[in-house]
Design a binder for this molecule. Structure first.
Ligand code: ATP
Ligand code: MG
Length: 425
């Protein structure tokens, strides 16, 4: 076994026993996204490195130390996407989806970041994201937040997540605040943690995120972001919070919330849970009115979020909220040569009649006992037994595997009627 090749650290296989839970989560997400009129977009996982440098920002954690970047055989620098928004905007610009139009888009798929793997933090992880283009009014921000809130309700975890909300103001307001914060923190430079010291020059807003206790103390006296909001952003934010309140969505104003990506302006938000330890942010997003233009398109306002699917699935599992569908309903057991010859045909006919039936047709023959073991292990509700007699009479013997009910031998029509309800289980 010494030579068995292992997966790359932080990149997980999703095993058959876990995939039903993921499929259940994905199905709810697709349905909810569709119920708001969003369309799916699928982007490549590999993009030109420039795309992320220009959008996420050169001095962010992601670009500085988390990207999987390498030269392809042509010597061109490419990067495994660390997030979806930049690719979505790139695709929108490239295909003219954003020009003078409103677009409501969603995507779901793997993202890649070179981070220290731990619970809720992986090197390949998955995000569901939505992006709304062409709308600058606060009702678009409200819609994006309401869509995420609906997901929590659908999953039965609304009481497990808290909405934290902030506004970064206009680019100018944000820049003014950045200077004020930098000026204030410079007075305490020697007392800051190492990361924050480094960020003082490059990205002082990120210091607000510092987990260091002493830095947090210093921040208590720092100027507050809301004092720097421009009048229009303030009004936009008030319109958003009024709409959320009218819709019954509660939130906490968190003036320290600034997000780790450079492209945000005005609204930023996170849905946070205390149930997952340190990796508590399940969903994060905000407005990014400058990004489309920055990536070469016509100026187009936009707002969206990305949801960490692993964290969502973990939370749902810990709360016991996942009840995935059965994988197998019925297990067809042929006993004897005549039955073995006809089993594939009978299985096909059953699938013709009942397209939703999940039917495993036993392969490889063997005794009744051996086949029954396999049937039981498959998770099927019933075994469908065919022997020479059944073949001759065009009947099937149905043996319930999960209840004490008697087995019974049924004709074709009666069999179909018997199996029908199982397909809805
Ligand atoms: P964090 O503060 O946890 O590092 P982030 O600010 O880097 O998160 P975003 O870039 O906003 O995260 O991504 C949106 C969401 O994607 C996060 O809220 C989280 O749920 C999920 N996510 C981000 N990085 C990872 C990762 N390495 N593994 C699993 N999920 C992740
Ligand atoms: Mg991160």
């Amino acid at each position: 076994m010494a030579n068995t090749i292992q997966a790359i650290r932080g990149m997980n296989d999703l095993l058959p026993e876990q995939s039903p839970a993921w499929q259940q989560v994905e199905a709810v997400i697709r349905r909810v996204a569709a119920s708001y009129g969003y369309s799916e977009i699928r982007m490549p996982v590999l993009e030109s490195t420039q795309l992320f440098k220009r959008s996420i920002g050169e001095v962010t954690d992601i670009v500085e130390k988390e990207m999987y970047t390498f030269d392809d055989r042509n010597g061109e620098s490419v990067t495994l996407r660390p997030e979806g928004t930049a690719s979505c905007v790139r695709a929108g610009n490239q295909h003219g989806l954003l020009y003078n139009q409103i677009q409501r888009l969603w995507y779901m798929g793997p993202m890649f970041r070179y981070e220290r793997p731990q619970k809720g933090r992986y090197r390949q992880f998955h995000q569901f994201g939505i992006e709304t283009f062409g709308l600058d009014s606060a009702d678009a921000d409200a819609e994006v937040i309401l869509l995420s809130a609906r997901l929590w309700r659908e999953f039965g975890i609304a009481d497990q997540v808290e909405l934290q909300l902030n506004s970064l103001g206009s680019n100018e307001a944000r820049a003014n605040y950045r200077n004020a914060l930098k000026a204030y923190l410079s007075g305490y430079e020697s007392e800051l943690d190492e990361d924050s010291k480094r960020r003082l020059e490059s990205n002082p807003l990120r210091i607000l995120d510092s987990k260091d206790e002493n830095t947090q103390k210093i921040l208590e006296g720092a100027p507050s972001l809301s004092e720097y909001w421009d009048a229009e952003s303030k009004e936009h934010f008030e319109q958003l919070t009024a709409r959320l309140e009218a819709a019954g969505i509660s939130y906490t104003l968190n003036e320290r919330l600034v997000r780790g990506l450079d492209y945000y302006n005005r609204t930023v938000f996170e849905w946070v849970t205390t149930a997952l330890g340190a990796q508590g942010t399940v969903c994060a997003g905000g407005r990014y009115d400058g990004l489309v233009e920055q990536l070469g398109g016509k100026a187009t306002p936009a707002v969206g979020f990305a949801m960490g699917m692993e964290r969502l699935v973990l939370l749902l599992q810990e709360q016991g909220k996942l009840t995935p569908r059965r994988v197998v309903d019925a297990y067809l057991m042929p006993l004897g040569e005549e039955a073995e010859l006809n089993a594939p045909r009978i299985a096909e006919q059953l699938r013709n009649e009942l397209p939703e039936l999940r039917l495993v047709s036993h392969c490889g023959g063997g005794s009744m006992k051996k086949q029954m073991k396999k049937a039981d292990k498959s998770g099927a509700q019933v075994a469908l037994i065919i022997g020479a007699d059944e073949i001759a009479q065009q009947q099937v013997t149905v043996k319930p595997l999960r209840t004490a009910e008697e087995q019974q031998t049924l004709g074709w029509q009666a069999l179909i009627e018997f199996l029908q309800p199982l397909t809805r289980g």
